[in-house]
Design a protein around this ligand. Structure first.
Ligand SMILES: NC(=O)c1ccc[n+]([C@@H]2O[C@H](COP(=O)([O-])OP(=O)(O)OC[C@H]3O[C@@H](n4cnc5c(N)ncnc54)[C@H](O)[C@@H]3O)[C@@H](O)[C@H]2O)c1
Length: 298
């Protein structure tokens, strides 16, 4: 495969970064957004990222800003949608994409957790529809989950895996289309227990985060849980599970503690307080710490 004509729908947090990754890999990219100011600022945001990362800033020239969805997707080989996480909106967008795109173009959604089957069910040609779940920031976190539905063709999966591998990403194939795919299921299994520990007075929120960051969080980037289970032995893992799992949070819905935070307007950094209080300086320091860390991991 040489270069592919890429169309990216949505130029927000994820979309501009996805466009950047494909442009840097040498592909011509058409980028569109329904919100004019977001579209107008997209190229300068990409350029600033490239400069910050010491990448070639001229890659931004491969991104073409396009005002309408129909024009963006018309000659595309590959279309990826990064619009807000709303099922009805995504269904409508893909109906519009299918009406305007070539019949052989591959169509991908970057939804965080919505099953691809639900988004793509009304398409006429469902064999070319796929999920591609990137992580924020898209140019610093390597993983892209490539999710097939019961209709997705092997050729669609193969093309999408290859496209992302060649762009320097780490694509993985998720074989069944379940809510949250793999990454967010694992992540939110941990978050459920984190909330529960605070809810039940076992420790405070800061302690939860300290425990993770100062212990297994240190190893996680180089040692996955199943590698770790093999490392310590499946027999020890079984013994631990027999003692610990019965007391771990197993509630099927969100925690009432979390629901109360939201109801009280304690929405996290955007309201100054969530599980903890955050000054503007503390918020900026945390965001910088994350980006600096991800840069060292590149
Ligand atoms: N932010 C994350 O960490 C993250 C990570 C992985 C996946 N995602 C998923 O990626 C998608 C986009 O998330 P985001 O964080 O970039 O959101 P965002 O709000 O930053 O960007 C979405 C963009 O879509 C635009 N948009 C809205 N309606 C549109 C339409 N009809 N046509 C074209 N553009 C339209 C908006 O103007 C906005 O600029 C969501 O499905 C989200 O769940 C987000």
């Amino acid at each position: 495969m040489g270069t592919a004509r890429i169309a990216v729908i949505g130029a927000g947090m994820m979309g501009h970064g996805i466009a950047q990754v494909f442009a840097l890999a040498g592909h011509p990219v058409a980028l569109t957004d329904a919100h004019a100011p977001t579209l107008a600022s997209a190229l300068s945001r990409v350029e600033a990222n490239l400069v910050d990362l010491d990448e070639d800033p001229s890659a931004v020239k491969r991104i073409r800003i396009v005002e309408t969805l129909a024009e963006a997707v018309r000659d595309a080989d590959y279309v990826v949608e990064a619009a807000p996480e709303n099922l009805e909106l995504k269904r409508k967008l893909f109906a519009d994409v299918e009406a305007a795109a070539r019949p052989d173009a591959i169509l991908a959604s970057n939804t965080s957790v919505i099953p691809i089957t639900e988004i793509m069910r009304n398409l006429k040609a469902r064999e070319r529809a796929v999920g591609t779940h990137w992580w924020n920031p898209p140019f610093l976190v390597p993983l892209v989950e490539v999710i097939g539905t019961e209709w997705t063709s092997e050729a669609t999966i193969a093309f999408t895996m290859d496209l992302h591998a060649r762009a320097g990403k780490t694509p993985v194939h998720v074989k069944k289309d379940v809510p949250g795919f793999v990454g967010n299921r694992l992540q939110h299994a941990l978050w459920r227990e984190a909330v529960s520990l605070v809810e039940n007075g076992i420790c405070d929120a800061e302690t939860v985060d300290t425990v993770i960051k100062a212990s297994f969080g240190r190893r996680l980037a180089v040692l996955g849980p199943l590698e770790n289970a093999d490392l310590v032995g499946t027999d020890l893992t079984l013994a631990i599970h027999q003692t610990v799992l019965p007391s771990i949070e197993g509630r099927p819905g969100p925690s009432p503690y979390l629901e109360a935070l939201v109801k009280d307007g304690r929405l996290g950094m955007k309201s100054g307080e969530g599980f903890r209080r955050w000054t503007p300086e503390e918020q900026a320091a945390l965001k910088k710490r994350v980006v600096d860390h991800l840069k060292t991991q590149r």
